[in-house]
Design a protein around this ligand. Structure first.
Ligand code: ZN
Length: 484
């Protein structure tokens, strides 16, 4: 099963996409030519195919914080610069057209390709481009280009250029109707005030070469240009995998959110050890999972046994209740007062904690499912009931449904577990798991399934999970036309 290629794909999915397309230059091209399957092989001979992300919360000092902000500022500047050039070019052509200039005499269009964006950006910041900015240094000499460019990694400019090219391509495809989803407007300029500071460094090394990320101790990481940074989490696993050639870094994405710098290190890793993947390793038979109304998720097998239930998380419910109070006290403070600043900081911390708890919860569920069973059947989440959707959203997030399936699918490939998605018309809730009778009159508010035919009384969510566990997927090769 592939990753869901939805809007706002996660870093993990992005890494997988860049491998698949092979267009991002952080995938060494000659490796791609040698290996048409695009599976990298580490210097120790380990095939690397499992897209993996390591996340760390950074603990920078004041000076490092400023350096990180400078990198993010450079990324924003480069991104906006490309958008500005393209917008001006389009405006120029539109104006010329309005004066009746013939199509072939118009100002030529700019190339929006990634390569031309990167080349232009390098020339512009280094002062080689005709439109490069000119400033005076302390001695009064003219300096072409960005005077501070040497303080920031060149990679930041390149990655921001790739991002701008991608945003423009999406907009143009959307305008021509070649892209599904909501119509995308012209990409928005990034504002210092409303955009979270973020930037990305790509790895240009190949397996076996020095990695751009190094662990410098149990709680330290080192990046080029940024130097050594303290982190909150243990770096042991990353260090071990890098050392043994079981992980190859593609990119490191930095982001300042909720008062903290977070880095996501994406790359490809070796498959898990075959013993961990083996279905014989204490794992249980096929199961069905119902994302419940009353509880978060219920796992049951075909014999009607409940194997696992996830209720909500107490800590999360408590944090949400406290957030409500904090919101109220924030709204009682005066604008620009010290009290408001303090309340805002408190709010930020609470949001961070809730986001952390939520993220953890979903990961716990999907890891347990992928690791514990040989086959997991889930509903087609795109059409799952609104009530379930609301229940899950309350506990996890509005985007949780998509995340649930995506996480489950990629983790299932790690552990060799099969994920079956039930047909969208499969009546998992309305079928009696005792006798198979379908109760079409079951409403969303019925918490208990009571069968009129066999007299079975069973929890609604458990009933659905049992039915999903027994679900048999229809054969794939269907002679029906695609439109049916
Ligand atoms: Zn029945």
């Amino acid at each position: 099963m592939g990753h869901t290629q939805s809007e706002g794909v996660s870093l993990i999915a992005t890494a997988a996409l860049s491998v698949a397309s092979g267009t991002i230059s952080c995938v060494p091209m000659d490796v791609a030519v040698e290996k048409p399957s695009l599976v990298l092989v580490s210097h120790t001979g380990v095939p690397l195919s499992r897209s993996t992300t390591f996340r760390f919360t950074l603990d920078p000092n004041r000076e490092q914080h400023q350096t990180l902000l400078a990198h993010a500022g450079a990324a924003r500047l480069a991104y906006n610069h490309h958008l500005g050039r393209v917008k001006a070019n389009l405006g120029q052509r539109a104006a010329e057209r309005s004066y009746g200039v013939a199509e072939r005499d118009l100002t030529p269009t700019l190339s929006w390709s990634r390569v031309s964006f990167i080349n232009h950006m390098n020339a512009w910041k280094d002062g080689r481009a005709s439109d490069a900015s000119v400033s005076l240094d302390e001695a009064g000499n003219e300096v072409r280009g960005l005077p501070w460019r040497g303080e920031v990694s060149t990679d930041v400019f390149e990655c921001a250029s790739v991002n701008a090219a991608r945003a423009l391509a999406n907009w143009s495809k959307s305008r021509k109707g070649e892209r599904a989803g909501k119509a995308a407007g012209f990409p928005r300029f990034k504002s210092r005030h409303t955009t979270a500071p973020a930037f990305r460094l790509r790895s240009k090394s190949r397996p076996g070469q020095t990695s751009p990320v190094r662990a410098t101790g149990p709680r330290g990481l080192r990046f080029p240009k940024l130097g050594g940074l303290r982190v909150h989490e243990h770096t042991g696993k990353l260090a071990k995998m890098l050392g043994s050639g079981r992980f190859h870094v593609y990119a490191a994405s930095f982001r300042f959110e909720r008062g903290r710098w977070v880095v996501a290190i994406t790359g490809v890793a070796a498959q898990l050890h075959h013993q961990r993947r083996s279905p014989k390793n204490g794992r249980r038979a096929p199961v069905g999972v119902d994302l419940g109304v009353k509880t978060l998720a219920v796992v049951a097998d075909g014999q009607g046994r409940v194997l696992h239930t996830w209720a909500g998380v107490k800590a999360l419910q408590y944090a949400q209740a406290r957030l409500k109070l904090a919101n109220q006290s924030y709204s009682r403070t005066k604008r620009d007062s010290g009290g408001r600043n303090k309340a805002a900081r408190r709010l930020g911390k609470m949001h961070a904690r809730i986001a952390y708890l939520r993220g953890n919860l979903l990961h716990n569920i999907t890891t347990e499912l992928a690791r514990g069973y040989t086959s997991v059947t889930i509903e087609d989440l795109n059409v799952a009931g609104m009530l379930q959707l609301r229940a899950l959203a309350r506990h996890v997030s509005d985007a949780a449904f998509g995340q649930f399936r995506r996480q489950l699918e990629y983790k299932a490939t790690w552990y060799g577990t099969e994920v079956v998605v039930a047909d969208r018309w499969f009546p998992s809730s309305k079928t009696c798991s005792g006798c198979g009778t379908i109760n079409a009159a079951l409403t969303l508010s019925d918490r208990v399934y009571a069968c009129g035919a066999c007299g079975l009384v069973i929890d609604r969510d458990v009933n659905a999970a049992v039915n999903l566990a027994r679900y048999i997927a229809p054969p794939k090769a269907s002679p029906l036309p695609a439109a049916a």
